[in-house]
Each structure stands twice: as structure tokens, then as C-alpha cells.
Design a binder for this molecule. Structure first.
Ligand code: GTP
Ligand code: MG
Length: 336
């Protein structure tokens, strides 16, 4: 019994920096940083093969990853511990109680939520609102943290952040300070930004990672059937990187996606999201957004979730941001 005790304490050893890990000297640490591993958390989520370019042998890689994992306590767990991990999942409000309801209280940390829909359906507006909401304290539906916004279409507007912050009685300047913004120029650049995001996330207490849009660059760069396989492979890698960050830092990850028309559909929705099965399987929660009619009202439909039933709710986009549709407005629109 006594023999096990030292092992127990060694397994719980905490490493703050890469160089603290056994077998990692300054030169190797630098090589790891060049590969995008800046933190012990990101190393814990790495595969041995990914460390090969840093000149780390497979055997050593396993040991390093193991040490990093035990440091942040990621390993095999019993189901009761899994339950505990699930209990550490936090929720972020969308700003609309109705939309939160179909999501069982809001967007979850540790997984990816995908919003897909046609242009103008409100994907980017929801992203803006989430950047503000994440800064609210938990009792108001926030996570008391910062946001990281990767914008691929140059549609991020600080003016909207100002309007939404004011509506929530937050200081717009302070809110803007807590949104770390990067524009991605190509799909490679987009991947590079996320591959190197771990340090920024840790230093700034980022609790929300947004990629708006996940697929636009991939779609325009990889054209034709012969490029489809490599596009899907890259997208898969990209999404796994996002998931790992969300898990390592207990953050919400949000990606947006456009839709393509399905030429052969007669019933139901004649559109489907870009990226096929890869994006579908990796996005744990998918929400389809569409316009209700002319005007500010939008329909959000929970299309896929690991454990929630499908559901549909309406919300509206106003100057204030994402809001609920009042009962009065609902009756009015029914009467129209
Ligand atoms: P794409 O990125 O083009 O695919 O579309 P999207 O789904 O990201 O659309 P987005 O979130 O940008 O929604 C744009 C719509 O939001 C506009 O057509 C307006 O209806 C609404 N909207 C945006 N800004 C404002 C605003 O300041 N006030 C109001 N009332 N509505 C706004
Ligand atoms: Mg958009």
C-alpha cells in the first residue's frame, strides 16, 4: 500500500510550463512552441506523431504526453468521474431564452456548436452577441471570460458590440478589450491561427472560441471532386484542434457554416450544411437558422445533439442584439 503512495503523488504533479515536464529542455520546448504547443494543456491533447517533428522519439513522446495529461488530469476515467466532468460543463446564454431552451440552457463548454443557415440568417449576429454574453457573470448566463473571434469574411463589427454591450449595461470599451480578434485570410491561415491559439486562450481567460465562418475558405479554395478528399481531411484536422482547445480550457466553441441547395429534395428542407459528414460528426450540436418572413424574426432549429431532442424556437435580431420575441409580437404575426 505504502509503495503506491509516491506514484499517486507523482501522477498528480502539476506542470505549469513545457520546460517543467520531465525530459523537456529549452531547445525541445522551443521546437514544440514552433509546432503550436505552447501550453501543457495543448500537449496533453497531442498525439505522439505530432511531436515527431520536434525531434521527440515515440517512446519519449508517450511519456511527455502522459505527464502532461496527469498534470491536467486527463486519462481513463470511471463513469462516475465522467459524470463529474460533465458537471464541469458550463453554459453560455444566446441572449434568447427561447433559443437557450432548445439547447437545454445555452451553449455548452467542451464541445463545438455549429450554426448553419443561408446568408442573413443571423449566424454572425449570434457570434457577436455571444462575445458580449460570455463576459457576463455565471448568474447572468455568462462565463466571466473573454472571447476569441476568428473572422474569415471580414464581417465583425465593433459597432454592434457597442450596441449589444450598452443594452446589457456593460462598458463597451471594457467588453471590446476582452474580444481578441483575428482575420483569417486563407484556410491555411485559419488553421495556423487555431494551431497557435492555446497561449492566447490561457493568458486571456478565453471562454469562447468563434470561427465565423468555418467552411468559407475551404469551400472557395478546394474546388472540384478531386480536391474533396484533401479538403475533408484538412477540415477534420481543424475541427479536432478546435475541440481539443474547448476541452482543455473548458471553453465554448462556435463555428458557422453556410448551406448548399439539395437539388433532389421534394419534402423537408431543401438545403444542407457544407462540409458533409466530417463537420456533422465533429459538431456536437448543430443549429439550423432561417428567416421567419421579412423582418427581424428568425427560427432556430436544433438539428442534432448527443442527447437533446430536436426542437424549434423563434428569436429576433434587433439593434439590441439577439432577443426573445414577445407574446404580443407572436400574436400579431399570427394575425397577419
Ligand atoms: P452570411 O455570413 O452572409 O452567411 O450571413 P449571416 O447568417 O452571418 O447573417 P448575419 O448574422 O450577418 O445577419 C445579418 C442580418 O442581421 C441582417 O440582414 C439584419 O436583418 C440583421 N442585423 C444586422 N445588424 C443589425 C442591426 O444593427 N440592427 C438590426 N435591427 N438588425 C441587424
Ligand atoms: Mg456571417
Amino acid at each position: 500500500m505504502t509503495e503506491e503512495e509516491p506514484e499517486e503523488s507523482a501522477a498528480k504533479k502539476k506542470y505549469a510550463f513545457l520546460e517543467d515536464l520531465p525530459g523537456i529542455g529549452p531547445a525541445t520546448a522551443q521546437k514544440l512552441e514552433e509546432l503550436g504547443f505552447h501550453t501543457v494543456e495543448s500537449l496533453a491533447m497531442a498525439t505522439a506523431k505530432e511531436l515527431e517533428p520536434a525531434g521527440i522519439s515515440e517512446k519519449k513522446a508517450f511519456a511527455v504526453i502522459d505527464a502532461a495529461r496527469s498534470s491536467i488530469s486527463v486519462s481513463f476515467v470511471r463513469a462516475d468521474e465522467l459524470l463529474k466532468m460533465r458537471q464541469s460543463v458550463l453554459r453560455l446564454t444566446t441572449g434568447s431564452k427561447a433559443l437557450d431552451r432548445i439547447l437545454d440552457g445555452g451553449l455548452e463548454t467542451q464541445t463545438i456548436t455549429e450554426f448553419y443557415g443561408e446568408y442573413g440568417s443571423g449566424k454572425s449576429q449570434i457570434c457577436h452577441e455571444l462575445c458580449v454574453n460570455v463576459q457576463l457573470p455565471p448568474e447572468k448566463g455568462g462565463l466571466g471570460g473573454a472571447a476569441l473571434y476568428v473572422d474569415t469574411e471580414n464581417t465583425f463589427r465593433t459597432e454592434r458590440i457597442v450596441q449589444m454591450s450598452k443594452h446589457l449595461c456593460l462598458d463597451p470599451e471594457q467588453v471590446a478589450k476582452n474580444i481578441i480578434y483575428a482575420e483569417a485570410y486563407t484556410s491555411d491561415h485559419q488553421m495556423f491561427l487555431l494551431d497557435n491559439a492555446d497561449e492566447v486562450i490561457k493568458e486571456n481567460n478565453v471562454k469562447l472560441i468563434i470561427i465565423d465562418s468555418l467552411t468559407a475558405h475551404f469551400r472557395s479554395e478546394y474546388i472540384g471532386r478531386e480536391m474533396l478528399a484533401s479538403r475533408q481531411q484538412r477540415l477534420n484536422k481543424h475541427m479536432h484542434r478546435i475541440i481539443r482547445l474547448a476541452r482543455a480550457f473548458n471553453a465554448v466553441a462556435v463555428v458557422t457554416n453556410q448551406v448548399m441547395a439539395k437539388p433532389d429534395v421534394f419534402f423537408g428542407d431543401a438545403v444542407h450544411p457544407i462540409g458533409g459528414h466530417i463537420v456533422g460528426h465533429t459538431s456536437h450540436t448543430r443549429v439550423y437558422l432561417r428567416r421567419a418572413s421579412h423582418g427581424p424574426v428568425r427560427i432556430g432549429r436544433l438539428v442534432s445533439s448527443p442527447y437533446l431532442p430536436e426542437g424549434e424556437e423563434i428569436f429576433k435580431i434587433t439593434e439590441n442584439g439577439i432577443e426573445d420575441v414577445s407574446e404580443e409580437e407572436k400574436t400579431k404575426s399570427r394575425g397577419r
